[in-house]
Ligand binder design. Structure first.
Ligand SMILES: [Zn+2]
Length: 641
């Protein structure tokens, strides 16, 4: 969920963990089973001050020290079982990817099975990579600031000293003090609130009784309204958005039914979605108890539900049964996409499931093409090698999602749908609340089908080496039902041919039969536009663009759905059409989601000399609206740095 950034060749202050190359924690000797946070949130300084108390259990005979991950934290003191303890923490030895280890010497070595409590007083810094502080102007209401956190993959260490590896699961509790009238939510159950000792501030209490990985720690602080929509489902958003959000997600209970029918009861019980302010740069993040969603999902017609189905599916895939290092990230995302599409199949039919799979194949092809260009084909492998402090964010792409999904579909096609669905349920039950790797996944698959000779024989055909370690295209393509894809591709192809003809003879009208468009789903309309965008050698003459806008209802006023708006504007800009520069400027300053604004700004700048000038002026004027990661990327895209 995090943006790509580069790896670093800087020297590590100490060797990384033997079990996880993205962490310093000595999880093989001792590990956190519970932690308690005391946080005080200060918007004026953009700093969280407080403490974390880790309850740890020794796993080896004579454990002398505890190593936590940190990044950009100021450590003030350390106590072990209430006694001041010696520690090493050198922020100047901060590694650009992994941060700095906090090494605590235990006053007396811990025997195997012994429990110690290490309490660390600390503060974050304004450069914290795990927290985003929004000014009031960046929110919908424009009157209160807003704070949200994003820890995946390895940014929890920027919020608290912790064993920042998905292998270590812990329960947690927290008390968070924040200024009135703001509300605090965390990826945990809410407890009682009480006035703080300081006037004008309130203390919120939380409890997460299920052991979760550090990357799922999350908090939001802002002017937030909370509404219970169904028995298992709650929605939260700024008050200005709450009605629209509650309407858009009103059918979530039915989605939860389908989810539980396929994968078993939700291990976390209830689901809460929070719609973040519009400058949020990602689509969503699956923190249990605090699923974060981009408000662009509110299309006004419930047509953008995919992302929420994906985040819902994570309650089994990842949040419960999840990878133990970022190298096997596909165990989270491949399984999640498999579940997501199984739910879609349940709700909309098998054809729809296959259509989504075909859309996924396109995303995978794009990622492979990108890595081919950047000469980083190692990131097209299912299991990536992150040793040597390679940033997990650098390996973030469609590959773990879609190559992982393709592997599971391959397995499904070999053993048959019914048997594989039974296996799916058994898998999530077996690995409930557990971290696993590919070896454990394969061992369970083999054991599960051991008494089924047909399935075992079929699974013998899997070329595991090619699937797990091969680069580029997937070894075996499952044949998908392309009936839903075909009709939108055919219509797109008709318009592409018309564009080519018109470019040659200059005529203004076409004879394209647009009737099928009327029954297209939003996803089909998206696939139609993707097809237009894939034809990089075709530009559309302006009269044809206007004709399509009239026939297909694609005028700016019709484009309430962001997925359609950004694609259509992109088609226009690619054709050097200046007609919609105004609405495009409004669009890219209303939404901060990188998926939309990066391609649009780039296409705007490339559309014409006037486009370049307006794109740059618009960005410079609205720079503060964007998340810092997004702003940095746009600066580069527009060649302003
Ligand atoms: Zn996901």
């Amino acid at each position: 969920m995090a943006p790509p950034s580069s790896s670093s060749s800087a020297a590590l202050p100490i060797p990384a963990s033997k079990l996880d190359p993205s962490s310093f924690a000595n999880q093989d000797e001792i590990k956190t089973t519970h932690f308690h946070l005391e946080w005080d949130v200060d918007f004026a300084t953009q700093i969280i001050t407080g403490s974390v108390a880790h309850t740890l259990v020794a796993l080896a005979e004579r454990v002398e020290r505890v190593i936590f991950d940190t990044s950009g934290l100021t450590v003030r003191s350390v106590h072990v079982d209430g006694v001041a303890a010696a520690f090493q923490h050198d922020p100047s030895a901060h590694h650009p990817v992994l941060g700095a280890p906090l090494i605590i010497t235990l006053p007396t070595p811990a025997a195997r099975g012994a429990t110690v409590v290490a309490t660390i007083a600390y503060a974050t810094t304004p450069a914290c990579t795990g927290a985003q502080w929004l000014a009031a102007a960046q929110t919908q209401g424009k009157t209160h600031p807003f704070l949200y956190t994003q820890c995946q993959a390895i940014h929890a260490r920027a919020l608290l000293p912790c064993m920042d590896t998905p292998a270590v699961r812990a329960t947690y509790s927290a008390t968070v003090t924040a200024p009135d009238p703001l509300l605090v939510l965390m990826s945990a159950q809410r407890g009682a609130t009480r006035p703080a000792d300081v006037a004008g501030r309130t203390v919120y209490a939380f409890e997460q009784p299920v052991p979760i990985a550090s990357y799922l720690i999350a908090a939001c602080v802002g002017n937030i309204a909370v509404r219970q929509v169904g028995p298992r489902f709650t929605i939260a958003a700024e008050p200005e958005l709450i009605d629209a959000a509650a309407w858009e997600f009103a059918e979530t209970e039915a989605t939860i039914d389908a989810f539980e029918a396929i994968a078993g009861p939700n291990p976390f019980g209830n689901v809460l979605y929070i719609l973040l302010p519009r400058s949020y740069l990602f689509g969503g993040m699956e923190n249990p108890g605090l699923v974060v969603l981009n408000p662009s999902l509110i299309a006004g017609d419930r047509s953008n539900v995919n992302v929420q189905i994906h985040e819902l599916a994570h309650h089994h895939a990842g949040n419960s049964a999840g990878t133990n290092t970022w190298q096997d990230f596909y165990l989270n995302e491949g399984w999640c996409v498999y579940l997501e599409r199984a739910i879609i199949g349940e709700l909309e039919g098998e054809k729809a499931r296959h259509f989504h799979a075909i859309m996924g194949q396109r995303a995978l092809r794009e990622s492979i093409a990108h890595y081919r260009e950047t000469n980083e084909m190692q990131f097209t492998r299912l299991i990536v090698d992150l040793s040597g402090a390679v940033d997990p964010d650098a390996a973030f792409s469609s590959v773990p999602y879609e190559r992982g999904f393709a592997l599971l579909m391959h397995l499904e096609s070999l053993v048959g749908l019914a048997k594989f669905r039974q296996f799916t349920r058994a898998y999530f039950e077996h690995f409930k609340f557990k971290a696993l790797d590919t070896v454990m996944f394969r061992a369970f698959l083999k054991d599960y089908f051991a008494s089924d000779a047909d399935a075992t024989r079929a699974l013998g055909q899997v070329d595991w080496d090619a699937w797990l370690h091969g680069e580029g295209d997937v070894p075996v393509e499952v044949p998908y039902d392309d009936s839903l894809a075909r009709e939108c591709h055919e219509l797109a192809d008709a318009y592409l041919s018309a564009a080519k003809r018109l470019a040659e003879d200059g005529a203004a009208a076409t004879d394209v039969d647009a009737a099928p468009w009327q029954h297209f789903s939003t996803l089909q309309k998206m696939a139609f536009m993707d097809r237009l965008l894939d034809a990089t050698d075709v530009t559309f003459p302006a009269p044809l663009l206007r004709e399509m806008e009239a026939t297909l209802s694609l005028r700016p006023a019709d484009l309430g759905n962001c997925e359609l708006a950004f694609r259509w504007y992109w088609v226009c800009l690619r054709s050097h059409d200046e007609t919609h520069f105004g609405p495009i400027g409004t669009f890219v300053t209303t939404w901060g989601r990188m998926k939309y604004v990066r391609p649009l700004y780039r296409a705007w700048a490339a559309a014409s000399p006037r486009g370049l000038e307006e794109a740059r002026q618009t960005f410079v004027k609205h720079r503060d609206f964007y998340h810092s990661v997004c702003a940095k990327a746009l600066e580069k895209d527009l060649k302003l740095v």
